[in-house]
Design a binder for this molecule. Structure first.
Ligand SMILES: Cc1cc2nc3c(=O)[nH]c(=O)nc-3n(C[C@H](O)[C@H](O)[C@H](O)COP(=O)(O)O)c2cc1C
Length: 356
């Protein structure tokens, strides 16, 4: 059980906010595969409040999409507050604040990871969001381990961490890389362990390098964090949640066979069409299909097929060619400890990150 404020989750592994990915269709597939909680992709505070289609899309949370968290990015406390209020009114079950994004354009606009270098401003933002949410939903924070590895960055990090809990945030998710590090090198789990020891019984979720249910289990055991935030490891791989459930129940996690892969892709495709119409859904399925390819026994060829997806009918052709009934019982690579075929993940771009 993982408790985040008023939310009680029956699995200590959640689907992270994933820009460009964790929209409603991806979340519904993750939930169907046992994810107990999903975060929407990060949104700008100003896009939440500005009237228009984007606002409508952000605030349209259907009944079946719960519990769901909304993640905000901005640069000033007064921008965050009305956006947080709107997320709560729209039905989000939690509001998360992004102090982690390392993308240069974001940093240049004093957002995301930039705020890890200004504890006073970061705490001002948390304070305003707490007030705006007024105890109706939990407020959480996503952080990297600092701007860089210097002593000043560490001081700022701990000032924000401690101040955030003092202000009453329900949980913090910590990615064990610095902002300047982006995705170079491993996420430093020893730092997660140090921070968990420091914060005691406050709720801390760990992030970084979770590509299999074994990784999730190992992170919890090695660092003591209360939960894991699964990011690249669940793009095109919703089974990671059901596999982690199997592992916790003492069973051997099953790799999805071709029938299960086909079913997940079809479910994603249907959810995407319902959400944004056939044409945009096709673009989304190309993006996600490239990632789904990683669990197929022939990942490179299937990835290339998704890369070449252009027009109506292409997805159906891919399913016919690569996920045919004659192969439904065929299993992908055995789920090994240390991750199912990490080489496949890399070849499909899953293990190399872009943002966050
Ligand atoms: C494509 C992509 C999009 C991301 N989008 C977000 C985001 O919207 N908000 C966020 O807090 N982190 C975001 N992240 C960061 C992840 O949540 C996570 O902290 C990071 O990828 C480390 O975990 P991993 O090594 O298991 O992928 C993103 C990462 C990737 C790869």
């Amino acid at each position: 059980m993982l408790r985040i404020g008023s939310l009680e989750l029956d699995l200590p592994a959640v689907q992270a906010a994933l820009s460009g990915y964790s929209d409603l269709p991806m979340r519904s597939v993750a939930r169907a595969h046992s994810a107990p909680f999903c975060l929407n992709e990060v949104v700008l505070d100003k896009d939440v409040v500005a009237q228009g289609k984007l606002r409508q899309r952000i605030l349209d949370i259907p009944e079946e999409d719960h519990p769901v968290g909304g993640q905000l990015m901005g640069s000033q406390p007064e921008g965050f507050a009305p956006a947080a209020r709107d997320l709560v009114r729209a039905g989000y079950d939690l509001v998360d604040i992004n102090f982690g994004c390392p993308v240069p354009k974001v940093l240049g606009r004093c957002r995301g990871g930039f705020l890890l270098g200004d504890a006073e401003l970061a705490l001002g933002i948390i304070d305003r969001v707490m007030q705006a949410c007024a105890g109706e939903v939990p407020v959480t924070v996503k952080m990297r381990r600092g701007i860089d590895l210097g002593p000043d960055a560490e001081r700022q990090f701990f000032a924000i961490l401690e101040g955030a809990y003092e202000l009453g945030v329900a949980a913090i998710t910590l990615h064990g890389r610095t902002v300047v590090q982006r995705y170079k090198g491993p996420s430093d789990w020893s730092f997660l362990r140090k921070v968990k020891a420091h914060v005691g019984d406050k709720v801390l979720l760990g992030s970084g390098d979770l590509f299999s249910p074994y990784d999730i289990e190992r992170m919890l055991a090695e660092t003591g964090v209360d939960g894991a935030s699964v990011a690249r490891g669940c793009i095109g791989n919703p089974w990671i949640f059901s596999q982690y459930r199997q592992l916790r129940a003492g069973r051997r996690p099953e790799a999805p066979n071709i029938a299960a892969q086909r079913q997940a892709i079809l479910m994603h495709w249907q959810a995407a069409r319902d959400w944004c119409g056939a044409e945009r859904a096709r673009g989304k399925m190309r993006t996600h299909g490239i990632k789904y390819a990683a669990v197929h026994p022939e990942p490179i060829a299937v990835r290339d097929a998704f890369v070449g997806m252009r027009k109506a009918g292409d997805l159906e052709r891919i399913l016919e060619e690569w996920y045919p009934q004659s192969r439904w019982q065929e299993s992908s690579s055995i789920l090994r400890e240390g991750g199912f075929d990490v080489q496949s993940l890399k070849s499909c771009g899953v293990a190399g990150g872009r943002v966050g």
